[in-house]
Design a protein around this ligand. Sequence first.
Ligand SMILES: Cc1cc2nc3c(=O)[nH]c(=O)nc-3n(C[C@H](O)[C@H](O)[C@H](O)COP(=O)(O)OP(=O)(O)OC[C@H]3O[C@@H](n4cnc5c(N)ncnc54)[C@H](O)[C@@H]3O)c2cc1C
Length: 222
Amino acid sequence: MNVFIVLAHAEPRSFNGALFQTAHDTLRAAGHAVMVSDLYAMKFDPVSDRRNFTTVKNPDYFKQQIEEMHATEVGGFAPDVEAELRKLEACDLMVWQFPLWWFGLPGILKGWADRVFAMGRTYGGERFYENGVFKGKRALLSVTTGGPEAVYQKGGWNGDIHAILRPIQRGILRFTGWNVLRPNLVYAPVRISDEERQASLNAWAERLRNIESEKSFDVGEY
Ligand SMILES: Cc1cc2nc3c(=O)[nH]c(=O)nc-3n(C[C@H](O)[C@H](O)[C@H](O)COP(=O)(O)OP(=O)(O)OC[C@H]3O[C@@H](n4cnc5c(N)ncnc54)[C@H](O)[C@@H]3O)c2cc1C
């Protein structure tokens, strides 16, 4: 497989860094080709505006989706966006490695999605959900939290983690056609022992060794 891993953590020695390195090394060792976007290391610019484009459809009024459709037609995406689009298009499996921030994506990863998941190129026309542009490809979120598992249950203190991830898994990934795999969740890596952290890295590696045969996960509805 061609695998694309996106990392959103500013500290390479963080637990997110360790999960990322584990995925990278395990998938490479299993014979897969691995592409990477380490967003902080790349200093990826997450601000979405005219900088997304080398072309201009309407110079008087900026409407992002109009410019995206035009850039799709004429090849007008800025080089940093175009490079990411090509990784999306080239991969069979995409993994996003990130810490949960305010019940969502860290800004740098949200901005990456805002800029890269462009209308025309990644969705639009009749191409949504089952008929989405990325139909047949698979995507997986690998997420760490500050809170322990007990607070991320339905009806619990913070609520169901799958409901929290639904805007990402349904609103971005399923919407554009990806088959979503069950998320890799590591709760509160700060609060657990070194042995427990090592065990979760081992479990992640073990899962990735067999990822090719894994079935999709139902991301649920609202
Ligand atoms: C802006 C912001 C918003 C947030 N919002 C939320 C929220 O909504 N909900 C929530 O639950 N949390 C939230 N948090 C907390 C955040 O999700 C956690 O701090 C984060 O997930 C922890 O992951 P980390 O990689 O940063 O951990 P780290 O602190 O980097 O790592 C934890 C421990 O793992 C150790 N470690 C690193 N590598 C290894 C290795 N190879 N083997 C064993 N141990 C290792 C580290 O030394 C450290 O002791 C938020 C934090 C911020 C800054």
